[in-house]
Design a binder for this molecule. Structure first.
Ligand code: BG6
Ligand code: MG
Length: 213
């Protein structure tokens, strides 16, 4: 029996991937780093610091960068990203999400946010969905990021719902892996090649309906 839906944010509720990519591209240019062409897809769901570490590694710069410098770069990336997302409005909600949230609410299903983003609450405020969420996991308190299941387990726990009564919705391979590892029913939104590990795969958020679970 479905009692809770655990949502990823970026790429599921709203499409911020392009903004993240723009901000990483800006930072890469500033520090003369190369970005691999598929980096946008691979960094989906990955925390800010882990994303930077991947970019640095791919530029053969794993050791020259001290923690402090990485922290500074993460802040710079985020400042740039915040400027981009400050323009977001309810028009940026992906299709089908609002009716799906309403359907869930009517069915008395609890709603949680399991996003790696430290900008999660800010974005939900911007797009006017903050009040639809019963809980938001604070990603700064996590020991491990996705694909570790911690964030989804914590989200279910915060809602007081057993894992077997939850479904998790993700657009990233790392996120689907995290949901599966938590023993939660996984729904992938996007490409069935990229998200082949998901138990249910939907081409877009428009197909989200309670009767598919
Ligand atoms: C995830 C995004 O939701 O959040 C990643 O898919 C991002 O691209 C991560 O790096 C962390 O987000 P933020 O907003 O804290 O930099
Ligand atoms: Mg995502």
């Amino acid at each position: 029996l479905l009692k809770a839906i655990l949502f990823d944010l970026d790429g599921v509720i709203t499409d911020t991937a392009a903004y993240h990519f723009k901000a990483w591209s800006w930072l890469a240019e500033k520090y003369q780093l190369q970005l691999e062409p598929d980096v946008e897809t691979r960094l989906k769901g990955i925390s800010r610091l882990d994303s930077l570490k991947i970019i640095l590694q791919e530029n053969d710069l794993p050791v020259g960068y001290a923690e402090e410098k990485m922290e500074k770069m993460c802040i710079e990336k985020n400042d740039y990203y915040k400027k981009l997302i400050s323009m977001m409005t309810p028009q940026d909600i992906l299709p089908g999400i609002e009716p799906f949230l309403k359907e869930a609410r009517r069915a008395d299903i609890r709603i949680g946010l399991a996003s790696a983003s430290q900008n999660g609450s800010y974005i939900l405020d911007k797009i006017g969905l903050r009040s639809c969420f019963d809980t938001i996991v604070d990603p700064s308190l996590l020991i491990k990021g996705k694909p570790d299941p911690e964030i989804f387990i914590k989200c279910a726990h915060q809602l007081g719902v057993p894992l077997e009564n939850c479904v998790g919705i993700e657009d990233a391979a790392a996120g689907v892996e995290a949901i599966n590892a938590a023993g939660i029913l996984s729904v992938g939104i996007g490409s069935d090649i990229e998200l082949k590990a998901a138990q249910i795969i939907l081409p877009s958020t428009q197909q989200l309906k309670l009767n598919i679970f």
